[in-house]
Design a protein around this ligand. Sequence first.
Ligand code: PHE
Length: 464
Amino acid sequence: MENRRTTREGFSSGLAVFFATLGSAVGLGNIWKLPYIIGESGGGAFLLIYVLCIFLVGIPVMISEFYIGRKTRKNSVGAFKELNANPAWKSVGFAGILSAYFIMFFYSDVAGWVYSYVFRVIRGDFANITTETAGQKFNSTLLGPVSPIIWQIVVMAVVSVILIAGVKKGIEKVTKTLMPVLFILIIICGIRAVTLPGSFEGIRFLFNVDFTKVTSSVLLTALGLAFFKLSLGMGTMITYGSYFTEDNNMINTSIRVALSDTLVSLLAGIAIFPAVFSFHMKPSAGPGLLFMTIPLLFSKMAFGNILLIAFFLLSSIAATTAMLSLVEVPVAYFTEERGMSRKKAVILNSLIIVLFGVLATLSADNGSVLSRVKIFGKTFFDLFDFLSSNVLLPAGGLLIAIFAGHLVNKKDLTEELSNKGTLHNNRFIEAYYFILRYITPVLLAIVFISSLGVLNYLFKWIRG
Ligand code: PHE
C-alpha cells in the first residue's frame, strides 16, 4: 500500500491541488452554459436555487469523491472495486466514464467555437459588428461543416499534448499558470461591463428573485448544472482526488473550489447580462448568448479588441483545463486497469472523442447537416448534453452520496477527512456527514421524482 501511494504520480502541493481542481470546475459551464440557462430560466430565482444545490448537494458529493479517490489512490473504476466487494459498485465507475464521454462529445465542439473566436477576433472579423450580424457570425461558426470539426481537432490536440506530459508536468503546470490569469481577465471584463450605460437592468435580471418561474424542470436543471459545474457525479473528482497530497484538507479544498467557481460564474454573468440588455437582445437567446453578446459588448469601446481577445482567451483557458479533467477519467482507467501506456491512452481517447464528437458538431445548429436526425426528439448535441447533465450526473451523484454516507465505515471516512486526526475538523466532518446522509440523497431523489412530472402537478395544485 505505502509503496503504491508513493510511486504513483500526483500533485505536488496544496496550491497545485487547488488550481487543478478549480481548473476542472471552472469551464464553459460558467461562461457559456450558466448564463444562457439563467437567461432561459428567469434569472435570480434560478441562481438562488442553483447556489442552494451547490451547498446542499454539490459540496457533500465533492468531498465524498475526494475521499474515494485519495483513500484508494485509484481511477474511478478501480476505486470502487477496492472499497466494496460488491461488483455492482464498479458500474458507478463505468457509468461515470460513459458520462465523461457524452460531455466531451459536445464540450470539445463548444471549446472549438471558443478557440475559433480568438482566431477570428485577431483576424478582425468582428470589427463592424451589429446586433443582426452578431447572430450571423455565430451561425457561420457552427455551420461549417468543416471548420468546426477542424477546431474540435485542434482542441483535442492541445489537450492531448498537455495530458501526455503527465499529471505534474502537464495538468499541474498548466492549471497553476493559467488559472490566476483567467481570474484577472474575468475581473477586468466584469468591471468593464458594469460600467456600461444601461447595465443596471442586466444586474437586476441576474439578482431579481421571481419564484413564479420555478417549475420542477427548473429544479432539475439547477441540480444538473450544479453537478456539471463542479465536475461531479462522474468520477472526475475521484480521479483528481487520487492525485491529492496526503496532507490536503479536503473539506477545505471543496469549499474553496465551490466558492471560487461560483464567483467566476457571477463575474461571467455580470459581464454578459448588462451587455444583453444594453444591446436589446433577448436573455433567452439560448446557447449562442455568449457568442453574440460579448463581441457586441467590446466592439464599440476603446481597447475593445484587446478586451475581446482577453475574454475568448480566458474562455479557451477555462475550456481547456476542464477538458483535461474530463479526458483524465478514461485515461486513468485505461492506464491502470487495462495496462495501457499513458501516451496510447490519451491518443486513443482523443480519437474516440473526435469521432463521436463530430456527431455533436454536425448537429449543433438548426441548419447543420445532421440537425434533422433526432433520437428521443433530440439532436445528437442536445442528447449528449441531456443524458449527461440531467440523467447520468445526478444519478451518479445520488449513488456516490449513498455509498459514502451509508456504506463506507464512518471511522474510516473520519480518519481520511481529518488526515488521521491531525486536522481537528471534527465539527465540519459531522456537518458534512449529516447533510450527506439525510439531506443530499433526499433532495436528489425528490428532484428525480419531480422530473417525472409529479411535482409540477403539485405546484399547480398549490397555486390553485
Ligand atoms: N465543470 C466543467 C464546466 O463547468 C465541466 C465539466 C463537467 C468538467 C464534468 C469535468 C467534468 O465547464
